[in-house]
Design a protein around this ligand. Structure first.
Ligand code: NAP
Length: 358
C-alpha cells in the first residue's frame, strides 16, 4: 500500500535510474509526477508512458535545473520528492557550466521549491559514491567518507556530486526545515535500462564489445544494480527512521572477472571482447602512457584508479533499510543483455554532446 495518495515527485524522470524508480513506484500503486527538460521528447520516446499504471498515475512536467523557480509548480501537493536529476558525463569541456552549476544550483533550486511549498515531508537525494571517494584508499569506505580530492580540473563529475550533496546538507542546516533529507550514494549503476539512451556507466560495457578497448586493464569497479538503487530510494522514502547518507553497492569486480564472466555467458562468440593481458606491472606502465592521449576525464580516472580495488562497508543500508543486493555477476549479464536488446553492443559510442558543445 502506498504511504501517500499525493504524487511522488521524481526529477530527471527520463534518466536510467529515475525511469526504474518510476516503474517501481507505479507498480506499488503510487501516483508519480516526473520532471524532464523535454516533455514532448519523452512522450515521443514513449518508454515512460508505456509503463504499467502510467496512463492513470504518471504526469510529466518540464523543469530545468538551471532555471530559478523551475520546480515551484512541480513540488506543490507532493509529500515526497526524489531528486535524481544531475548531468552525468566524465568529459566536460566547460565543467563549471555543464556539470557543477546544474548539479549544485539545481539541488538548491529543488530544495528551495520544497521549502516554499510547505507540504513535503522528505526529500530523497541521489548523490554518489563519487561524493565519498575521489581516489582509492586502503581502508574500507563508509558513510563518514567525503571526497576532498576532486576539483573543477580533476574529476569534475565527482566534484559536482560532492558539491551538490554538500549544498543539500548545508541547506538543511540553515534553519528549522519542515522536511528531512535522506541521501543515497550508489557506486557505478548497472543493470537493465527501461530507456534506450546509453548511460555513461554503460559505455564501459559497450567499449568492451566495439574494439575500442583491446586490453584487459587492472581496473576494479564497485557496482550496484539499478533495480536495487531504485528500491533503496523507495525504502528511504517509506521508512520514517531512515536518516543521513546510505552507501549503496553490491560488490566490486575487476575488469578481468567481468570479461571472463561475459565469455562464459557467450558474449565472446558475438563480440570481440578485450583479450590482451594488461592487468600486470608492465601493462600498468603502458596503460598510463597511452592514457595521456585520452580526454582529461578518462586520463584522471585511469591515473587514480589503476591497480586499486575498493572495500566498501554497506552494513548501514542493509540493516537500517533492509536492502538486500542482487548478485553482481547476474547484474553484469543483465546489463549486457539489455544493451544488446537496445542495439548498443558492438557499435561505436555516440557521445551525447555536453551543453557547452551544442
Ligand atoms: P542519466 O540517465 O543521464 O539521467 C540524468 C537525468 O538528469 C537526465 O534524465 C536529465 O533529464 C536530467 N538532467 C541533466 N541535466 C539537467 C538539467 N540541466 N536540468 C534538468 N534535468 C537535467 O543518469 P543516471 O545514471 O540515471 O543518473 C541519475 C542520478 O544518479 C544522477 O544524479 C547521477 O549523478 C547519479 N548516479 C549515477 C550513477 C551511475 O553509474 N549511473 C552512479 C552514482 C550516482 P532530461 O534530459 O530529461 O531533462
Amino acid at each position: 500500500m502506498p504511504n501517500t495518495t499525493a504524487p511522488v515527485l521524481v526529477t530527471g524522470a527520463t534518466g536510467f535510474l529515475a525511469a526504474e524508480i518510476i516503474k517501481q513506484l507505479l507498480a506499488a500503486d503510487y501516483r508519480v509526477r516526473g520532471t524532464t527538460r523535454d516533455v514532448a521528447g519523452s512522450e515521443a520516446d514513449g518508454q515512460l508512458a508505456s509503463l504499467p499504471g502510467a496512463d492513470q498515475r504518471l504526469e510529466m512536467l518540464e523543469a530545468d535545473l538551471l532555471d530559478p523557480g523551475a520546480f515551484d509548480a512541480a513540488v506543490v501537493g507532493c509529500e515526497y520528492v526524489m531528486h535524481t536529476a544531475s548531468p552525468f558525463f566524465l568529459d566536460a569541456e566547460d565543467p563549471q557550466h555543464d556539470l557543477i552549476d546544474p548539479a549544485v544550483e539545481g539541488t538548491r533550486s529543488v530544495l528551495e521549491s520544497v521549502s516554499k511549498a510547505g507540504g513535503v515531508r522528505r526529500v530523497v537525494l541521489t548523490s554518489s559514491f563519487a561524493a565519498m571517494s575521489g581516489a582509492p584508499k586502503e581502508e574500507t569506505w563508509n558513510e563518514d567518507d567525503w571526497n576532498d580530492v576532486s576539483s573543477l580540473d580533476s574529476g569534475p563529475y565527482a566534484y559536482s556530486k560532492t558539491m551538490a550533496e554538500r549544498a543539500a546538507w548545508d541547506f538543511m542546516d540553515d534553519d528549522d526545515r519542515s522536511f528531512d533529507l535522506v541521501v543515497i550514494n550508489p557506486t557505478g549503476i548497472i543493470g537493465p535500462s527501461i530507456v534506450p539512451r546509453l548511460n555513461a556507466s554503460h559505455s564501459l560495457f559497450v567499449s568492451a564489445t566495439n574494439g575500442e578497448t583491446p586490453g584487459i586493464i587492472d581496473l576494479h569497479f564497485p557496482m550496484v544494480d539499478v533495480r536495487d538503487v531504485a528500491r533503496a530510494h523507495i525504502m528511504a522514502m517509506e521508512n520514517p527512521e531512515a536518516a543521513g547518507r546510505y552507501l549503496c553497492s553490491a560488490g566490486t569486480r575487476s575488469m578481468r572477472q567481468n570479461i571472463e564472466l561475459l565469455k562464459e555467458a557467450g558474449f565472446g562468440d558475438r563480440y570481440k571482447l578485450p583479450s590482451l593481458p594488461l592487468d600486470n606491472a608492465l601493462g600498468n606502465v603502458l596503460v598510463r602512457l597511452v592514457s595521456r592521449t585520452q580526454p582529461k576525464g578518462i586520463r584522471d580516472f585511469i591515473s587514480r584508479s589503476l591497480g586499486h580495488t575498493y572495500e566498501l562497508d554497506t552494513s548501514k543500508i542493509r540493516t537500517e533499510l533492509g536492502l538486500e543486493f542482487r548478485d553482481v555477476d547476474q547484474s553484469v549479464i543483465d546489463t549486457m543483455t539489455s544493451l544488446e536488446n537496445w542495439g548498443h553492443l558492438g557499435k561505436k559510442i555516440e557521445v551525447v554532446p555536453a551543453p557547452s558543445r551544442l
